[in-house]
Design a protein around this ligand. Structure first.
Ligand code: 4AD
Ligand code: MG
Length: 461
């Protein structure tokens, strides 16, 4: 058996014209009368499926005619070009092998299920047009990210998933332990020292600190991997496991950092336009009207910039609109972030120079002593998609910050030492992969941007 991917056929139609091909896939829909029928077959290698035409000459014509959506089949047939039709080709089947026929319990019998229903059946939802499009674009985004960084001389590095560096401030981490918390007797003598690694360790909430060590050796690096946070926020934008891209650049300040962010976002969107236009057209029609225009405008315009202090003075004037009232020093809530990029700028906006107290210890202190050289990139409809900063490269200032943040300098000894052994101005950022996917697809809930979403009280598949 040599199955040909439907994508290979679509990309080489002339070559396969009038030849016999074998396709394998899952039935999306079937229409049949007494003498012949049509099957929409999708093998997951493209957004659009293949149209199979079958007739009573098949020895299993009746069984094929009665197949339900979701059944798996192998189809042998002749590829015939049909330039006069909507579909540029069809397969005239000479043989259809039924691999597995679904029965009436198959959950996705027809079109138009709600995303909530499909979430309950997450293991099958990739077989719908919507999720086929989303996960195909997810793949395109991943490829675009690697292409972009590789072409800009960044080195891909793998930072650890099990980490002892808890850098985003402490509370929202999952512990990694072999202690048996359900055995009360055992736990009486259990301690971090008696645990598997002899200390407290966590699932990584970021790979940044290690990425900094790589960057101070290889100049420009990026990570691309899973990240874990146990924040108990049941929002449409937070997942307990999500993917993050964390570039880190030596000899780069915040301005250079933001230039890379903007260039990267545009490169990702351009690649999706180049490779997933069918998917975007579908999403524009059924998920977010105007999606394509929005994305075209993002790639052809400069992003907006404003400082935190400017943002606060804009928002303060509109305090009537907010549940959380705004004043200098507060952490921006999603309602404020969305107001800024949706109502004021109507495009992605960099907010820079946040108060030192609301940002992480590693961000570089500005000359004013009150703010840090940090930035968040906010996108309309989503809010924050990137968080980044210039890093504190001065040993004494960093040590002071670690103490002020009530962290233990001994836990950060190697990180501090990097400031003694060849320290340079350096910067980096974290792009939330699932969030940029939401922005590009118009999907409004992060649970629909991940194949197996993990959120509080939800780890089902
Ligand atoms: O702003 P964050 O917390 O920044 C960091 O972790 C830095 N260490 C990054 C760096 O400078 N290397 O997270 C970065 C991005 C956010 O902007 C957001 O897009 C995403 O990660 N993110 C989440 N995405 C989904 N679910 C969550 N719970 C997320 N938390 C953050
Ligand atoms: Mg952030």
């Amino acid at each position: 058996m040599r199955k040909i991917d439907i994508t290979t056929i679509i990309n080489n139609l002339e070559q396969y014209s009038d030849t016999t091909v074998t396709l394998g896939g899952w039935v999306r829909s079937i229409r049949a009368n007494k003498n012949f029928g049509f099957m929409d077959l999708n093998d997951g290698t493209t957004f659009k499926g293949a149209q199979i035409v079958f007739g009573e000459a098949l020895d299993n014509f009746e069984a094929v005619s009665k197949l339900n959506a979701g059944s798996s089949v192998l189809v042998e047939g002749t590829l015939v070009l049909t330039p006069e039709n909507k579909q540029p080709y069809e397969i005239q089947a000479s043989n259809i092998t039924i691999c597995s026929a679904t029965d009436e319990t198959y959950p996705i019998q027809k079109k138009g299920h709600s995303v909530e229903f499909l979430r309950e059946n997450a293991y099958l939802r990739g077989r719908t047009n919507l999720f086929n499009a989303v996960f195909r674009i997810r793949n395109a985004c991943a490829r675009a990210i690697h292409n972009f960084f590789q072409s800009e001389n960044f080195m891909y590095v793998n930072t650890p998933i099990i980490t002892c560096a808890d850098c985003e401030g402490g509370s929202d981490v999952f512990r990694v332990t072999t202690h048996n918390f359900y055995d009360a007797e055992y736990m009486k003598t259990a301690s971090p020292e008696s645990d598997f690694f002899g200390k407290n360790v966590f699932l990584c909430p970021t790979g940044q600190l290690e990425a900094e060590a790589f960057a101070l050796t290889f100049s420009k690096v990026y990570t691309f991997g899973p990240t874990f946070r146990s924040e108990n926020s049941n929002t449409a934008r937070h997942a307990s496991e999500f993917w993050m891209i964390e570039p880190e650049m030596a000899f780069c300040d915040l301005k250079g950092d933001m230039e890379v962010m903007e260039k990267m976002i545009k490169a990702i969107i351009n690649h999706v336009f180049d490779t997933c236009l069918d998917e975007l057209e579908f999403l524009d029609k059924f998920v977010e009207k105007g999606l394509i225009d929005k994305l075209r405008s993002v790639v052809s315009n400069d992003f907006a910039h404003c400082t935190y202090t400017e943002a606060i003075s804009i928002l303060e004037k509109n305090n009537d609109n907010f549940e959380f009232k705004v004043k200098w020093g507060i952490d921006l809530q999603s309602e404020h972030e969305r107001y800024l990029c949706e109502k004021i700028y109507n495009k992605p906006v960099f907010v820079t120079d946040y108060p030192v107290d609301i940002k992480a210890f590693y961000m570089r202190l500005n000359e004013d002593g009150k703010t840090v050289a940090a930035c968040d990139l906010l996108a309309p409809g989503i809010g924050e998609i990137i968080g980044g900063s210039q890093r504190e490269e001065r040993y004494d200032v960093l040590l002071d910050k670690i103490n002020k943040f009530n962290l233990k300098p001994e836990d950060y000894s190697w990180y501090l030492n990097l400031r003694k052994y060849g320290s340079v101005v350096h910067s980096g950022f974290g792009l939330g992969f699932d969030r940029i996917l939401m922005y590009i697809t118009g999907i409004s809930n992060i649970r629909d941007a991940q194949f197996c979403p993990r959120t509080p009280k939800n780890c089902n598949f």
